[in-house]
Design a protein around this ligand. Structure first.
Ligand code: ATP
Ligand code: MG
Length: 414
């Protein structure tokens, strides 16, 4: 069973408002095994909205519309759905009475427009909306011999969400064959997306029943696995088998199989080893410290560090010899190493991390281009240094650098 979501409202076509209702709805629908095959955003235009409803009904089993149920002239979802179905809207006497009561309680006359909110599409069930004046509606119809379910919901998320959970979801569950769903996540750090996909594809292709989605951001690849089956055990079995094979393939590169972030995992290992870390950051300007301290309880292992942006501060905070900077340049393997070792000693930490690089957009040279970053990790006996050339803009390069640093530390700790 599949669904289409139509978000109604001209404001959703401007740069100022986002359609977030469909995100909420697709999450809820996925949880009961209904996949969203199409999303449409329609402005407040009678002809276009009616056409959008017709198109949706031709391709999806379930149509959910949000917005356009209010009292004003530009709220026309009811009329358009009715028109697309060739049905009338009728004033519901009960809703009219309620409307009068509500306004009377506030000693107000019912504005003429508001009566529109009492209009119900022929054959529709009214879904009471405790948080607003516009009720939702639910319809079961037939289009080309196929059963179709239509749900009209108000636009404001605060009204739409509880109404969907209370009234919409149970009705859809009753009409959709019950499917059980299992999901799993496998997260890798510092593996390029294309390489990850190539290695993973030969494995997940053997599991056509498991839907595999790859989500990638700077320095991180996530495999999101999802299986549907008639029983929970079958669904779980399918994702477990696939995730086990992926974990085997990417053994050393998998940092989490759940929701944990890389900084959380690093924190977890540092605590387990009763170790601490200090950082000296040049081009990342404190971003690594920010990520480490985003984790609640990080005071147990993160001692602090320095934003050593200028050459002088590299010397002052991390004891980097001025001669070394003069000889090798501030962005060099040697300076990264000296920063990591210097900050480690200065802060009495188990591990010291040094980052120096060129985040751009300016400051690059042929020899030292934008994106060149040296990351060093010192533990008192040996210092590992990596040289990377990260692609992307300034924000991406800086994020990549912190990701690399965290991953180096994680690999040292496991
Ligand atoms: P109302 O009775 O409040 O007019 P309505 O059902 O007519 O309800 P709209 O007028 O379409 O709903 O939208 C009201 C507000 O709800 C919008 O200004 C917007 O802030 C929010 N909203 C509408 N649609 C969406 C959506 N798809 N995603 C997120 N917010 C939305
Ligand atoms: Mg409105």
């Amino acid at each position: 069973v599949n669904a289409e979501i139509v978000a109604v409202g001209s404001e959703l076509l401007t740069p100022f408002h986002q359609d977030t209702n469909s995100l909420f709805l697709s999450e809820r629908l996925a949880s009961i095994g209904i996949s969203v095959i199409y999303k449409t955003i329609a402005g407040d235009d009678r002809r276009l909205l009616t056409a959008a409803v017709r198109t949706a009904l031709a391709r999806a089993d379930i149509l959910i519309l949000t917005g356009g149920l209010g009292p004003t002239q530009d709220d026309m979802t009811r009329e358009c759905v009715a028109e697309a179905l060739g049905r009338q809207v009728q004033s519901d006497p009960e809703l009219i009475t309620e409307l009068y009561k509500r306004f009377a309680a506030r000693r107000m006359k019912v504005p003429e427009n508001n009566a529109r909110q009492a209009e119900v599409i022929e054959g529709a069930e009214v879904l009471r909306n405790p948080r607003g004046s516009a009720p939702g509606q639910f319809l079961e119809v037939e289009v080309g011999g196929q059963p179709r379910y239509i749900l009209l919901l108000p636009g404001p998320p605060w009204e739409m969400e509880p109404l969907f959970d209370a009234e919409g979801l149970p009705r859809l569950i009753a009409h959709a064959p019950r499917r059980h769903i299992a999901t799993a996540m496998v997260k890798l750090a510092m593996v390029p997306e294309s390489a990850a996909d190539e290695r993973a594809a030969k494995i997940y292709k053997r599991f056509p029943g498991v839907q595999t989605t790859i989500l990638a951001s700077a320095g991180e690849v996530r495999f999101y696995l999802r299986a549907q089956a008639p029983t929970q055990a079958e669904a779980e079995d399918a994702v477990d088998q696939l995730s086990a094979l992926l974990e085997e393939e990417f053994a050393g590169e998998v940092f989490a199989t759940g929701d944990e972030t890389l900084e959380q995992i690093v924190g977890y290992y540092l605590q387990m080893r009763e170790a601490t870390v200090a950082v000296a950051e040049s081009c990342t300007g404190g971003l690594l410290a920010e990520r480490l301290t985003r984790v609640a309880g990080s005071s147990r292992y993160f001692v602090g560090g320095a934003v050593a942006y200028s050459n002088e501060m590299k010397t002052k905070f991390c004891e980097v010899p001025p001669m070394l900077i003069a000889e090798k340049g501030a962005v060099s393997r040697e300076v990264a190493q000296a920063m990591a070792e210097g900050i480690r000693e200065h802060c009495w930490a188990t591990y010291g991390i040094g980052i120096t690089g060129i985040a751009g957009p300016s400051g690059g040279t042929e020899e030292k281009p934008v994106g060149l970053v040296f990351i060093a990790l010192a533990d008192g006996t040996k210092t590992g240094i990596v040289e990377r050339r990260f692609p992307g803009d300034r924000a991406r390069i800086r994020h990549f650098a912190t990701q690399q640093a965290l991953e180096m530390l994680r690999r040292r700790l496991v």
